[in-house]
Design a binder for this molecule. Structure first.
Ligand SMILES: CC(C)(COP(=O)(O)OP(=O)(O)OC[C@H]1O[C@@H](n2cnc3c(N)ncnc32)[C@H](O)[C@@H]1OP(=O)(O)O)[C@@H](O)C(=O)NCCC(=O)NCCS
Length: 325
């Protein structure tokens, strides 16, 4: 078997490899549409550059590598996504692409190569260990099944939460946050980056401001992703914020991402309030939705408990890895 690597020649090839791997790694998550996948190429998040490569087995492309280089902060890091077609594994393509990732990381002055593997198949973990990576953070993926949602329970949780949240009001929006909350969103997103558990990963809080939030959201929209959001305000101050993202081409599935309560406003059940409010929001605007997945650091017991109260159930475990160069 002859192994080689080279720059990505066509996004279409990347789509075919990537979706074959995704189907295998995440069989319960619908794969991204070709349109949404291709749109990422021209619309990366602000403050990030990417390089993409293919790995070949006897001249046939079977592996795909993406390197994401943060440019505004975390400039010593590079995140990699390395995928090899399931039927072409254990022949050295993964290793060849990893060696290339290290070479590119060094060439661009990066000191930490970071990646993640899912525990569903043992290969990812074995591979990470074989290249000398160390486990930095354990994560759990949990799922909320909207077809069996316990609505009376959610209403009860909401009523109970309000008893602790006197004086706060809820607000919802889609996409770029409106002017009255965008600075608050930037502040909370910075806090999120500072407060969320990161285990032993080398990661500095991303610096956020209204303009970066706006650009990130505009880039997401161009990638075909809609951000459904809700916040809790007291006076004109945003005290909590939560985000659900879903691709326009994807009818059934969405991702619950950031939820953050300002440290000055914790203890008022605002996390639960904004999450349940936003769940109603997304279901109203996207009635075809059937499932929402979310990732949490395994040590983030507070957020996991909130999720479990809402009906989220753990379905998968992940590990974030790091190789220090
Ligand atoms: C991880 C992945 C990229 C490895 O690709 P690959 O082409 O099979 O990797 P290689 O053949 O170069 O394997 C290199 C070494 O990793 C280890 N390894 C890889 N898969 C393994 C498995 N299933 N069981 C045990 N060891 C394994 C072995 O030590 C192997 O060397 P060996 O075959 O000489 O024993 C591939 O399994 C994949 O696409 N997984 C899903 C995505 C992922 O987890 N990516 C990694 C993090 S970004």
């Amino acid at each position: 078997m002859r192994i080689s690597t080279g720059p990505l020649t066509s996004p279409e090839i990347a789509y075919d490899i990537s979706t074959a791997v995704e189907r295998h790694e995440w069989p319960d998550i619908p794969v991204i549409s070709r349109t949404n996948f291709l749109a990422v190429f021209d619309n990366p998040p602000p403050g990030q550059t990417r390089e993409r490569y293919l790995g070949y087995l006897d001249g046939k492309p079977v592996g795909f590598l993406v390197l994401r280089f943060p440019e505004l902060d975390n400039v010593e890091n590079v995140e990699i996504a390395l995928q090899v077609r399931p039927e072409c594994r254990r022949q050295g393509v993964g290793r060849a692409l990893f060696d290339l990732a290290v070479e590119r990381a060094r060439a661009r002055g990066r000191k930490h190569v970071q990646g993640e593997t899912v525990d569903r198949h043992p290969g990812g973990r074995a591979f990470a260990q074989s290249v000398g990576a160390r486990a930095g953070l354990s994560e759990v993926r949990s799922r909320l099944d909207l077809t069996t949602l316990d609505e009376p329970r959610l209403a009860e949780l909401m009523d109970d939460a309000w008893k602790h949240a006197e004086g706060y009001r809820l607000k919802r929006w889609v996409g770029v946050p409106p002017d009255d909350v965008i600075d608050g969103v930037a502040y909370l997103e910075s806090r999120m980056n500072a407060d969320a558990p990161i285990g032993d990963m080398n990661w500095e809080p991303e610096r956020m401001d209204a303009e970066r939030i706006r650009q990130a959201e505009q880039a997401r929209a161009r990638r075909g992703r809609i951000g459904y959001q809700a916040g809790a305000l007291i006076g004109d101050r945003l005290a909590a914020w939560t985000y659900i993202g879903s691709d326009v081409d994807e009818p059934a599935h969405a991702w619950q991402s950031t939820t953050i309560v300002d440290p000055d406003h914790r203890g008022h059940r605002l996390g639960l309030l904004v999450k349940i409010h936003n769940l109603a929001h997304v279901r109203e605007l996207k009635p075809s939705l059937q499932m929402i997945d979310t990732f949490n650091a395994a040590e983030n017991t507070f957020m996991i408990r909130v999720n479990q109260e809402m009906g989220f159930r753990a379905v998968d475990a992940l590990i974030d890895w790091q190789v220090d160069l």
